[in-house]
Design a protein around this ligand. Sequence first.
Ligand SMILES: [Zn+2]
Length: 407
Amino acid sequence: MTATPADVPSTEPRPTYRADGTPLSIQLFTVEGTSHGPYVGLPLRDLWTPYSAHLFTRETAELIVSDMHDDECGITAQFADDGTLTFTVDADAIEPGGTVVVRPDEYGRYEIGGLWPWDEWGDHVEHTAGQAVLARGAAEYRQADDAASVPITLRSWYADGRQEALTLTRPQRVVFFDIDPARTPLRMRPRPTGTYVRRMPTGAFECAVRPVMAGEVQAGDLIVGSFSPPMPQQEARARWSQWSVAPYAAEPAGPWDPACTCDRCRLTGELFGPAPATGRLIMARHDGKCEVWDSDDIALIVPAALRSIVLVHVAMTARPQAALPGSICQWEARDAQDNALLMFYQNGIGRVGALKDNDRWGQNEDDWVGVASFDTGRRGDNDITLEEFCRGAGILLSPSAVPMELR
Ligand SMILES: [Zn+2]
């Protein structure tokens, strides 16, 4: 049992805006007088009272129901197959009893309130270290992911809080792509975000993703996912997007060779037999293994033509000096997805590399993957402005980027 802090009288409406007018957006809730939560909620109104209703995701709604059942407070609740949540109030415990039916909104969020007093979750609520980290993850959802500063055993709490706040505030409807609606209705889920999901490679924006037949994928297209397997017995069974944890650039290498001895080709032959009539192809090869696709399967790609690197932070780290023959221009940069980039210009040639593992800065060539290059034809030239470099490499400099020059 905990008390409401004296400076927040629980009977007064509480603002959902800061003094400077910026919205608080998500807030963390508990049930007054308990140590439940923090429930990540989205207040619906500028001012709320303890009996106001707030929006919660299905995951949080399930947690609320489970905690409520543990408390045996005289209210029970149940989710129906269509997603409807029905609260039943026992008249013996709470007059006059009855039922409250909550239907999820178009984004699957539940408006819950009016049945018990909500209280803001905070330090006055008894909590574990995990709950505190979950609260922090949620509170920092609009900032860069800072899970690295959290003890490793608590990182999943941070990720959960952050993901919950993102899901609640950036709900995304399922998008339908009907390449062939009679055969394959395709349903797109948003790409998961969080500590354990690698960020999209440089230049690849989720809004540019589209489904295409594997046989139509071009060299340089980025393969970011696939769709769940078709069900031959069921004519119009929907197929759901499956995001790849490790996107790769397509380098189509001709038809599949059943005689190839690499693990993937061998397994494909064992599991699926000979190539189908429509063909089977090698999308790319890395580390001696083939990426095998059926030609008529559907790949989720960012087309090469739609990839655009946008720099939001640039720092010049080397500049040619007369006293040092062969010295070059070099910049370190971050793109719009916070990928680390290295850009250098030497002998008339410009190159851009992206760090393979964004959390481990490497000096070796193996640590980087080339993402753009250009040749001015000016042999012996080692000096170029940042603007000309970006034009040459086909990358964009965000207007808010602050290029820092060497002194
Ligand atoms: Zn192979």
